[in-house]
Design a protein around this ligand. Structure first.
Ligand SMILES: [Zn+2]
Length: 353
């Protein structure tokens, strides 16, 4: 999970590797955080090499049951805590009906730590923003993941909705009322979406591969009640890559952020849309992820351009047009007049050709 104000050289890391939460050969493995830390170390990107730019904070408060209950039902949270004794006896248990989400004896505690890392990151960025016009970018390197976990239970390898809990914390404790959550994981963040589906103050924007797990996140899912218009789903055709995401950023993400005028931006930063991810079919290169955080292109320093195949750009364009047509009327709500005017113009333009 990443979080940003505007870009500045200070980067805070919060880590929660959840080493006890693991199932052998499972794709969501406890090798994940150490692998990332090793890579950062090798590239000399840790505080050891960049003390003036990078702060790593390992001691932070785990989330409380109250924090988690701002998003999830208390029955689920208490039930999971109780299930830990069974997990201790059996080693591993399945907590999502017949689904794929497991728990071990440490899952409850480690999931509180993961959510606590997000909370602590919000605290740090909010504190730094009060003393600097140039707020820091923070990154919480955490597992178990969270964006599939629905308010009443776990789902899709996810235990607690880490980004959702962080969003509620930003509102409750820091008075950061309007929260934009961008989820660029290859899968739809259905749990985050469910948590805020009728909330006008939390704009949830998800890009994901069309047809991928869990099958939700259609264009027409726009929120409901007073939250109608503050959920935006952009399912991308399989094969979408850097060109697709550049267009999506310019034509959808940036205008939405400008119109919504968030007090804070949280990012559900799953990296499984990368071309080398074996489970999904998008082909973002490392350049796309760098561009999303405002870093200049590394000219494919990390990727082999030869592995990229042709993107379905006509389909991508159609997807962007479709979401623009669905969303512009909603996004006019609550905006000031100049944004209203430019949005109106944008809405009229597609009819000209
Ligand atoms: Zn994913």
């Amino acid at each position: 999970m990443a979080l940003s104000g505007s870009l500045c050289p200070l980067i805070g890391h919060r880590m929660s590797p959840a080493m006890g939460h693991n199932q052998e050969s499972h794709p969501e493995s406890n090798f994940r955080v150490p692998a990332i830390m090793n890579a950062l170390e090798k590239m000399e990107l840790t505080s050891k090499y960049r003390a003036s730019e990078v702060i790593e904070i390992r001691n932070f408060r785990p989330a409380s049951v109250e924090d988690i209950a701002s998003v999830h039902s208390r029955a689920y949270v208490i039930g999971l805590e109780k299930a830990m004794s069974k997990a201790s006896e059996e080693g591993i248990i399945f907590i999502e009906g017949s689904g794929p989400t497991y728990a071990t004896a440490t899952t409850f505690r480690e999931s509180l730590v993961a959510a606590g890392a997000g909370i602590s990151l919000v605290d740090s960025v909010a504190a730094a923003s009060r003393i600097s016009h140039n707020p820091p970018v923070g990154f919480a390197l955490i597992r178990p993941p969270g964006h599939h976990a629905i308010p009443k239970g776990p789902m899709g390898f996810c235990v607690f909705g880490n980004v959702a809990v962080a969003a509620r914390h930003a509102q409750r404790v820091h008075g950061l009322k309007r929260v934009l959550i961008i989820d660029f994981d290859v899968h739809h963040g259905n749990g985050t979406s469910d948590a805020f589906y009728d909330d006008p103050d939390i704009f949830f924007l998800s890009t994901h591969q069309d047809g991928s797990y869990p099958g939700t996140g259609k264009f027409e899912e726009v929120g409901q009640g007073s939250g109608e218009g503050t959920t935006l789903n952009l399912p991308l055709p399989g094969g979408s890559g850097d060109n697709a995401m550049r267009s999506v950023f310019e034509e959808v993400i940036a205008p939405c952020a400008q119109r919504f005028r968030p007090d804070i931006i949280l990012v559900s930063a799953g990296y499984d849309a990368h071309v080398l991810d074996p489970l999904a079919g998008l082909q973002f290169s490392t350049d796309t992820f760098r561009a999303l955080i405002g870093e200049p292109s590394s000219a494919s320093q990390f990727d082999d351009p030869a592995i990229l195949y042709e993107e379905p750009l006509t389909k991508v364009k159609q997807a962007i047009q479709r979401i623009s047509a669905i969303h512009i009327p909603y996004s006019l709500q609550g905006t000031h007049s100049s944004a209203l005017q430019s949005a109106k113009e944008a809405f009229v333009k597609p009819h000209n050709h």
